[in-house]
Design a protein around this ligand. Structure first.
Ligand code: SF4
Length: 395
């Protein structure tokens, strides 16, 4: 049996499109918010107007307007603004970070042009993939107990109850699907959902991720790289959770960044469900403490095997399973490299010439300066090779 919620309240938008910074909250003035939003068409005018009316709030001036400007810009990079600040990111999902391995410019266009990203997500291949995932989840947990939720805190609490139930199942050697993982890696809070955890016949714990593919074949190495990174990061997060290394303070900050009220009373049905499972918790914070205590005292072993399972979308047939070698040092170096972009320590990179085929299926090909630069580079190289004076021309 698995737990689910019957009503899913909308998450607070954790996206950069909303001007929901701490700065704005601090203003505590509807009038100010509307004046800023309405006058952004003329930025200089807005800043002057703002400064004249609100001289007493100097701390907001430069940083605030730089941030608004950065968010309205469609440029891939903005000098002197960290992408984390520009896109309002204080934590990341593992899948978000894995998007780097496809193309960093594509990932940024996805944030700048959410309508294009939404269209990409509605593609038949994506929706078919989602339904294959759902049917696998139902196979593993045919009896779903629905718990009515009213608030977003209830929804998060049901997620923790589901985790508590799955921890018991792992202890009992049962097969578990959709296990949430979170924690801090390389100084950043990351979260994700592990597709599949099961014990092998030899007693080892295997972690798998299910990927569905349009083509009935394994992906090319540049595609598979992101998949291998994903399962490696899941292992690091899972292992630190079951070894009691979670940092309570960072989790609280993560929940607060999502605007969850930790001390608000949970709904009656959620509290009842917790009691039925043998836990006493009236608020999300209390339930978090229960979860942390259970994880810290669990003697679940670390993940021993990593797999990526590929299925064909139209037939549902199993293409094959890649066994992934866990290389911690390499994985952490890659992660640090991706985070360096978000921390403003380097510029984003598009695809290399050998992966230029990705551009031919990219919705941003027409506007992508990286692509234009690569085409020019390629033409220059080609011209050099074709030149009769070139030592590489083969003539
Ligand atoms: S056109 Fe190519 S380089 Fe540009 S965003 Fe798309 S995949 Fe990346």
């Amino acid at each position: 049996m698995s737990l689910n919620n019957t009503k899913l309240p909308e998450e607070h938008p954790d996206d950069w499109g909303d001007i929901s910074d701490a700065e704005l909250l601090n203003l505590q003035s509807e009038h100010l918010v509307s004046s800023v939003r309405c006058s952004v068409t003329s930025e200089a005018e807005a800043e002057t107007h703002f400064n004249q009316k609100h001289e007493k709030i100097p701390k907001l001036k430069a940083g605030f307007f730089l941030k608004v400007k950065a968010r309205w810009s469609q440029d891939v990079s903005i000098p002197n603004v960290r992408p984390m600040d520009r896109f309002n990111k204080s934590h990341f999902s593992v899948t978000q970070l894995c998007a780097h391995s496809w193309c960093e410019i594509h990932m940024i266009y996805g944030l700048l042009k959410p309508q294009v990203r939404r269209k990409e997500m509605q593609r038949k291949e994506v929706t078919t993939g989602a339904s294959i995932h759902l049917s696998r989840e139902r196979e593993a947990h045919p009896n779903v107990l629905k718990v009515p939720v009213i608030t977003r805190e209830d929804k998060e609490a049901v997620l923790y109850l589901s985790m508590l139930q799955k921890i018991k199942a792992i202890h009992a050697g049962q097969h578990v699907r959709e296990f949430p993982v979170f924690g801090v890696l390389e100084g950043m809070f990351l979260s994700g959902i592990v597709d599949d955890l099961r014990r092998s016949d030899s007693g080892e714990l295997a972690l798998s991720d299910l990927k569905t593919r349009k083509h009935n074949s394994f992906p090319c190495p540049s595609q598979a790289r992101g998949h291998f990174l994903q399962v490696g990061l899941y292992k690091l997060l899972f292992d630190s959770m079951v070894s009691g290394q979670l940092d309570r303070g960072r989790i609280i900050l993560y929940l607060q960044a999502r605007w969850l009220k930790l001390q608000q009373a949970l709904g009656d049905r959620v509290q009842e469900q917790a009691k039925t499972m043998g836990y006493s918790a009236a608020t999300l914070e209390e339930l978090l403490d229960v979860l942390l205590a259970v994880l810290a005292s669990s003697n679940i072993q670390e993940v021993n095997k990593l797999h990526v399972e590929y299925h064909h979308q139209s037939t549902g047939s199993h293409i094959g399973t890649s066994k992934v070698e866990f290389q911690e040092t390499q994985l952490k170096t890659e992660l640090r490299g991706y985070l360096a972009y978000w921390r403003g320590e380097r510029e984003p990179q598009g695809v290399d010439i050998e992966d230029a085929w990705k551009c031919t299926i990219c919705p941003h090909e027409e506007i992508c300066d990286w692509r234009k630069g690569q085409t020019t580079d390629y033409s220059n190289k080609r011209a050099k090779l074709d030149s009769p004076n070139s030592s590489l021309s083969g003539t």
